[in-house]
Design a protein around this ligand. Structure first.
Ligand code: FEO
Length: 405
């Protein structure tokens, strides 16, 4: 197996997980666990892989140096997709210094038997001179996205190793954005942000301001998943700022599930209204077994990119349909209300008995931080002509309200 050179003495030595399709509810076309090796007077391994992928990493290290010659390990993040190789590395290299945050020490201790691990706690601004004109600088990044998270910066080469931040779940033969395709890489980065980073948006903006204040050059952003940003390093950093601010298209995402088609009729009427109102529509029937549907991890990517989100469900046993319940739970957790620019929305749906789904959706939208644009639209059994018009007019009104003037 081969390593990939980023710069003189800097290599990608990670692992490709071609077969991964689900990562706690996020659909993905495989991923990579990116580990990096810096060689010179001192040899440093930055992060490792998910358990079971250590040998792929070690084979790639062997392409450059004997792994027994690693002098230091930097562990930016406790989560097992980046720390799973540490037990093997610490066994191979007893006493190897491991640089991480204090919360990293605590987190590793909850995952592994660390009593013999040689931790060196670092804080923002601490440096590790490697000799030969290479210096590592550490920047704590708590809650981006775990309490222990840290960025590492290779000063002379201007390469940032931010672990999960700026990552994408892609399994590819290409290691760099320009090889893979910058636009395609950005789409995957947007999905990654939508599914993992939205609730952290205020922290992202604070961290970006802190990094800007350091006035450091960033030629390359080398995250722990997906391709390395060498052509579009500035672009992905700006995209994180834009997404955190809630910058979006004149677009409305309609997401729903239906029992016998009445809620579909309502969704279609709303969509027609949105189009007449001048916004693009993303129409998402959640997976319900009868149609292919759209997976919630893709729906939230469209929500991030939209100025409004309209959610519908038939009522089942006084509740929403299970697909919609799952989506609303996911949306509540992501808290899009933390984006600087708030999104608008409302609830709709049909019912036979007492109803109930639209009230639950309405409450969930509020909890998620969506600004409620209007009262829910709820119809009894089948929408009649006036109710279809009501849906249409509501779609048109929300589009007119949110579109760029
Ligand atoms: Fe937070 Fe890729 O792990």
């Amino acid at each position: 197996m081969k390593a990939t050179k980023l710069a003189e003495g800097v290599y990608w030595v990670g692992a490709i997980d071609w077969n991964l399709r689900d990562y706690h509810g996020y659909t993905l076309p495989g991923t990579t666990y990116n580990a990096y090796l810096i060689t010179g007077e001192k040899n440093v391994l930055i992060d490792t892989t998910y358990p079971g992928f250590e040998n792929q990493m070690l084979e790639r290290i062997k392409d450059v140096i004997d792994p027994l010659k690693i002098d230091y390990v930097v562990a930016n993040h406790v989560e097992m997709d980046h720390s799973g190789g540490l037990p093997k590395i610490t066994k191979m290299l007893p006493g190897v210094p491991i640089y991480c945050t204090q919360l990293g020490v605590e987190g590793f201790g909850r995952h592994y038997d660390t009593k013999d691990w040689n931790f060196h706690v670092v804080k923002t601004g601490d440096t590790l001179p490697l000799g030969g004109g290479k210096t590592l600088v550490f920047v704590e990044a708590p809650m981006l996205h775990w309490p222990d998270s840290m960025f590492t910066y290779l000063a002379e080469d201007e390469i940032l190793f931010p672990n999960d931040a700026f990552g994408q779940h892609i399994a590819s033969s290409e290691r760099f954005d320009d090889e893979f395709g910058v636009d395609e890489a950005m789409k995957h980065a947007q999905k990654f942000f939508a599914n993992l980073i939205i609730p952290l948006a205020p922290k992202v903006l604070k961290k970006l301001a802190e990094v800007t204040d350091l006035k450091i050059g960033i030629k390359m952003v080398a995250p722990s998943h997906g391709v390395i940003w060498r052509k579009n390093a500035g672009g992905i950093i700006q995209a994180y700022a834009d997404w955190s601010h809630g910058v979006s298209k004149d677009k409305v995402t309609i997401v729903y599930d239906t029992m016998h088609g009445s809620t579909t009729k309502m969704a279609q009427a709303i969509a027609e209204g949105v189009m007449e109102g001048g916004c693009q529509v993303k129409f998402c029937l959640l997976k319900d077994g009868r149609y292919e549907g759209v997976h919630r991890s893709d729906v939230v990517t469209d929500v991030l990119d939209s100025k409004a989100v309209i959610v519908g469900s038939s009522t089942l046993q006084d509740e929403y349909l299970p697909t919609v319940a799952g989506f609303m739970s996911y949306l509540r957790g992501l808290k899009p209300g933390r984006l600087t620019q708030k999104k608008k929305g409302f609830a709709f749906g049909s019912h036979g008995g007492h109803g109930g789904a639209v009230k639950l959706i309405d409450a969930d939208l509020k909890t998620a931080g969506i600004e409620i644009f209007r009262d829910p639209i709820e119809v009894y059994y089948r929408p009649d002509e006036s109710e279809i018009k009501l849906c249409h007019d509501a779609g048109k009104a929300i589009a007119e309200a949110v579109k760029t003037k």
